[in-house]
Ligand binder design. Structure first.
Ligand SMILES: C[S@@+](CC[C@H](N)C(=O)[O-])C[C@H]1O[C@@H](n2cnc3c(N)ncnc32)[C@H](O)[C@@H]1O
Length: 412
């Protein structure tokens, strides 16, 4: 069976790769990966990636420094990557990418460059769900710029916000996944005959991998179209994108869908029975945690001397072991309101690094190549691996059900 060559961008410690290497048909082969943590001398995530995976080319360089030729040489069929939510606004320019120029350092433009150089069949991206609403002053603009760009490059797009716990996992982690496929391939052509609702509820990649109920939440559904002029989109577009949607040829349908929920994995099922004493929290550190998690109404003074009341709602004293974990952030290894605090065997304690890995469905000790604090940081950056496996299974099915009878060259 011909494998699908995968280029993994912003690879971190390899969540996408792990997910894709667990699929039913074993059809994916990550042949090229890029990971570079800006401003860090020691590249812990890259070192972990290179220790854990021994095939393919691994590049530890700012993606902006990777040449067009190196990108083209990957001949990727699928590009995957989790990238930051940044400001995607663009202005007109005479010689910039696509005749436009975006802000410097915005990583989405590197993804665009990768797509232009490789013309892959599929693209699978992950981002925080806030992307759909950013920026707050022009809601939906950034996502629309992204859709408009993919449209111009010849791709149709499906997106879906997925809360990992609602599909059986141990963490309430909500992320938007974006699946783009070439419009002029057999699959793109076949999908163009399917109605938008049918794609969203039944036929699309996300609908098959993560089933949803057949009715929208609170009748929330909407349609619009985006201009092929990306600068026009950047300047004027504002729209409320719901958690699910498709964009085909610039036409957008979005629906607030409701997942057909699967029972989440509670924390008690992933915690370690034996843990080192250093994870036990007591004394002043425990008081600090209790304060941070508690309800607050305190008078504070701003820099200009203005006095105000700071209020914050309380959280439960410790995380409920009968529920899945909350969203893990990169600060998980520090004393922080968002850090998990457990009570097991009458001890208050934090998560062990292995438990942090389990919240994301990584194998135990995957990140033990690096210092502990960095292990939590990398897990805060990573994704929930079994979600990617489910998407990978569907992409494999698509690739087999819709074989290409034209060559990649003819597609270009
Ligand atoms: C959201 S994380 C992705 C994590 C990954 N999906 C995983 O499972 O570990 C984004 C990654 O992009 C990397 N990164 C940030 N800027 C970069 C750049 N300019 N070039 C290459 N990688 C970059 C970060 O170091 C980080 O590991």
């Amino acid at each position: 069976m011909r494998k699908l060559k995968v280029a993994e961008l912003f690879a971190g410690v390899g969540g996408f790769r792990l997910g894709l290497e667990n699929t039913k048909m074993n059809k994916f082969e990550v042949t090229w990966a890029n990971q570079w943590e800006p401003g860090k001398k020691v590249q812990h995530a890259f070192d972990c990636y290179s220790t854990r995976f021994d095939t393919g080319i691994h590049v530890n360089e700012d993606i902006a420094e990777v040449s067009d030729k190196e990108m083209a040489d990957t001949s990727a069929d699928l590009i995957v990557g989790g990238f930051p939510c940044q400001d995607y606004s663009v202005a007109r320019s005479l010689n910039g990418e696509l005749g436009i120029s975006g802000k410097k350092g915005v990583l989405f433009w590197q993804i665009t460059r990768f797509i232009q150089n490789t013309v892959p069949k599929y693209v699978l991206l992950e981002n925080v769900d806030r992307l759909l609403k950013s920026p707050s002053k022009q809601r939906g603009r950034d996502f629309a710029v992204m859709l408009s760009t993919l449209n111009e490059l010849g791709y149709d797009v499906e997106w879906r916000v997925i809360n990992a716990a609602e599909y059986g996992n141990a963490q309430r982690r909500r992320r938007v996944f974006i699946f783009a496929y070439r419009r002029n391939m057999a699959y793109g052509k076949a999908m163009s005959d399917v109605s938008p609702k049918s794609l969203i509820y039944k036929e699309g990649m996300f609908a098959k991998a993560f089933p949803v109920e057949g009715e929208p939440f609170k009748n929330r559904e909407a349609e619009t179209s985006i201009s092929s002029d990306i600068v026009e989109v950047s300047d004027n577009f504002s729209f409320e994108f719901y958690n699910t949607g498709i964009m085909r040829n610039g036409g957008i349908t979005t629906i607030h869908t409701v997942p057909v929920s699967e029972e989440a994995t509670p924390l008690k099922e992933i915690i370690e029975a034996n843990y080192d004493e250093k994870y036990i929290v007591e004394g002043a550190k425990l008081d600090k945690f209790k304060y941070l998690r508690g309800q607050k109404r305190e008078e504070r003074t701003a820099k200009n001397g203005h006095k105000y009341f700071y209020t914050e709602g309380g959280m439960s004293e410790t995380d409920d072991l009968n529920l899945p974990g909350r969203t893990m952030l990169t600060s998980e290894g520090s004393v922080n309101r968002s850090t998990h605090l457990l009570k097991t065997d009458d001890n208050y304690r934090t998560l062990t690094p292995v438990e942090a890995e389990r919240l994301n469905g990584f194998p135990d000790n995957w990140t033990d190549t690096m210092p502990e604090r960095t292990r939590y940081f990398c897990m805060g950056n990573a994704l929930v691996v079994p979600l990617v496996t489910r998407m990978g299974n569907e992409i494999e099915r698509i690739d087999i059900e819709y074989p290409e009878n034209i060559t990649q060259i003819e597609l270009l």
